[in-house]
Write a protein that binds this ligand. Structure first.
Ligand SMILES: Cc1ncc(COP(=O)(O)O)c(C=O)c1O
Length: 477
C-alpha cells in the first residue's frame, strides 16, 4: 500500500515538474491515502494524459471567487476530474475512479465514447452552427432516427438545450393544445430549475422564495416505500381524481411525471398508478407528459423508455441528459396533432438542433444499439440489484433497495420500522467510497438515498467492485 502511494507521489511529482508546478502545487494534488487496503478496481487499458493545468487548489480558488456561490460540490475535499474514458474518471494525479453516477445520469454510453467523439469532431470541422433558418442534414436525419425509436404516434421532435427547456415547452404545448391551464405534477418530482419547471418540482430544497409554477397542482406521491398510501397505485390515483375535482375547473391541461423519480431518490411509482392517472387526466381533457430525462435510452434495461415499463403511452415525451452523452442537447417529442398547435406562432431556439449536437446525438443512438447498451443495463443492473439486496440482509441501515436496470437506489435509514432517514451516514459512506475509488450519487428529500446510475457500459466486474467497496464502507460505519 505504502509502496503504491510512494510510486504515485513520485509520478505526481514528475508530472507536476513537467508542468512547471511548484512544490506546494504537487502537495495539493497528491491523492488522499486510504485508511486501509480496499478492493481493486477492475483492470482497464487506458493511460490518462499527464495533467498540465492549474492545481486543484487554484481551480477551487478560482471557482469560489468567480463562479456562483449557489453551486455545490460533492465531498468535503472536492474532487477535480480531468479525463474520462467509458465508465471511468481520472483526477489530476491520474487516479482512476469508477463513475457510478455518470455526471448526474448524463453519460449514457460512456465518457468520451469513441463513436460520439468522432462524430462531434468530424462535424466540428465542417460546420458548427446554422440555426434552423437553413436546412442541415444532421438535424433532419436525427429527427427521423430519434422518432423511429418512439412508440405509437410520437413522431415530431423539437430539439432544445436542456431538460428544463424541454419541460417548459411540454407544459406550453399541453396548455396550447388543450386550451386548459392546470397542470398536475407529483410531490418529490424534479423537472428542472427554470421558473416554470421550478414550480413543477416537489422539493423545498430546490425552490427559492420567488413566484413560480402558476397553475400547478401537486399530487400525493405514489412512493411505495414512504408514501402515505403504501404501494397501492389505485389509491394514489384516487387522490389525483380528488385534486382534479376540487382544485381545478374539472378540466386540466396535463399531467407530468418522471417514470422513476431521479433526484427524489430513485422512486419507482406504485404499480398501477400511471395507467389509472393517465386515464383520469385524459377524461379531464388533458394530455400526459413523460419526463424521460433520466430514464430514457435503455437505462431501465427492460425497455428503451421508462414509460414502457409502466405500460402507458404518453402524448408528449421530454428527454435530455443521456440523449447527448454529455453534450448540451435535449428534446421534446410529441404527436403531429399536438405539434401543430405550436405552429400557430413562430417558434425558434438558437442552438436547438445545432449540427454538432445533432451529430453527437445520432452517434449516441448508434452506440446504444451497437454496444447493446439496453441489454447491458438489464444484465449488469440485475446483477447489481441482487448484490445490493444481499447487502441489505447484512446491513440494517439499508432500508430499501429499488430501481430497474442501471437506475438503482439504496435508501439508508436509522431504524427500519420508523424509517428515520440516515442522512449523515449516507454522506459518510459516500465520502469513504470516493476514497475507495467509487463515485456514487445521493438524493431524496432527506439526502439519504444512494443513487447508482453509471454510464451504461458498466461491467459485471465493475459492479462487483462497487459492491465490495460499499460493503467495506458500510461495515466501517
Ligand atoms: C427528471 C429530470 N427532468 C428535468 C431535469 C432538468 O434538466 P436540466 O438540468 O438539463 O435543465 C432533470 C435534471 O436533473 C431531471 O433529472
Amino acid at each position: 500500500m505504502l509502496r503504491r502511494q510512494l510510486l504515485r507521489a513520485v509520478r505526481t511529482t514528475e508530472l507536476a515538474e513537467t508542468a512547471g508546478c511548484s512544490r506546494r502545487c504537487v502537495a495539493a494534488s497528491l491523492p488522499e491515502p486510504t485508511a486501509e487496503a480496499g478492493p481493486n478496481l477492475p483492470p482497464f487499458d487506458h493511460t490518462p494524459a499527464p495533467y498540465t493545468g492549474p492545481s486543484k487548489a487554484e481551480v477551487y480558488g478560482l471557482r469560489r471567487q468567480f463562479l456562483s456561490p449557489a453551486m455545490f460540490h460533492h465531498f468535503k475535499d472536492p474532487l477535480m476530474v480531468v479525463e474520462g474514458n467509458m465508465q471511468y474518471l481520472y483526477d489530476e494525479t491520474g487516479r482512476r475512479y469508477l463513475d457510478a453516477f455518470a455526471g448526474i445520469v448524463t453519460v449514457s454510453v460512456g465518457h468520451c465514447h469513441p463513436r460520439v467523439t468522432a462524430a462531434v469532431m468530424q462535424q466540428s470541422k465542417l460546420l458548427q452552427h446554422t440555426t434552423t433558418i437553413y436546412l442541415h442534414p444532421e438535424v433532419a436525419q436525427y429527427g427521423k432516427e430519434l422518432t423511429d425509436r418512439m412508440p405509437g404516434n410520437l413522431k415530431v421532435a423539437y430539439f432544445v438545450n436542456s431538460g428544463s427547456e424541454a419541460n417548459d415547452m411540454a407544459i406550453m404545448m399541453a396548455r396550447l393544445h388543450t386550451g386548459n391551464y392546470d397542470i398536475l405534477a407529483l410531490r418529490n418530482a424534479y423537472h428542472g430549475l427554470s421558473e416554470s419547471t421550478m414550480g413543477l418540482l416537489g422539493h423545498h430544497t430546490w425552490k427559492p422564495n420567488v413566484p413560480q409554477g402558476f397553475g400547478v397542482r401537486h399530487l400525493m406521491n405514489p412512493d411505495p416505500y414512504r408514501g402515505m398510501l403504501g404501494s397501492d397505485g389505485k389509491a394514489y390515483a384516487a387522490d389525483a381524481k380528488a385534486v382534479i375535482e376540487s382544485a381545478t375547473p374539472g378540466q386540466v391541461a396535463g399531467f407530468v411525471a418522471e417514470t422513476i423519480q431521479g433526484v427524489g431518490g430513485t422512486v419507482e411509482l406504485a404499480e398501477g398508478y400511471l395507467p389509472a392517472v393517465y386515464q383520469m387526466v385524459r377524461d379531464a381533457g388533458g394530455v400526459c407528459i413523460a419526463d424521460e430525462v433520466q430514464t430514457g435510452f435503455g437505462r431501465t434495461g427492460s425497455d428503451y423508455w421508462g414509460f414502457q415499463n409502466a405500460g402507458v403511452q404518453p402524448d408528449i415525451v421530454t428527454m435530455a441528459k443521456g440523449i447527448g452523452n454529455g453534450l448540451p442537447l435535449a428534446a421534446v417529442v410529441t404527436t403531429p396533432e399536438i405539434a401543430a398547435t405550436l405552429a400557430r406562432r413562430l417558434h425558434f431556439n438558437t442552438f436547438g438542433g445545432n449540427p454538432v449536437c445533432a451529430a453527437g446525438g445520432r452517434a449516441v443512438l448508434q452506440a446504444v444499439d451497437e454496444d447493446g447498451i439496453q441489454a447491458n443495463a438489464a444484465k449488469v443492473g440485475a446483477h447489481l440489484k441482487e448484490a445490493l439486496l444481499e447487502l441489505q440482509q447484512r446491513h440494517d441501515i439499508i432500508g430499501d433497495v429499488r430501481g430497474r436496470g442501471l437506475m438503482l437506489g439504496v435508501e439508508m435509514v436509522r431504524d427500519r420500522a420508523t424509517k428515520e432517514p440516515a442522512g449523515p451516514e449516507t454522506a459518510q459512506v459516500m465520502e469513504r467510497l470516493r476514497h475507495l475509488g467509487v463515485l456514487i450519487g445521493k438524493g431524496g428529500l432527506y439526502g439519504n438515498v444512494f443513487r447508482i446510475k453509471p454510464p451504461m457500459c458498466l461491467t459485471i466486474a465493475d459492479a462487483d467492485f462497487l459492491i465490495q467497496a460499499m460493503d467495506l464502507a458500510l461495515s466501517e460505519l
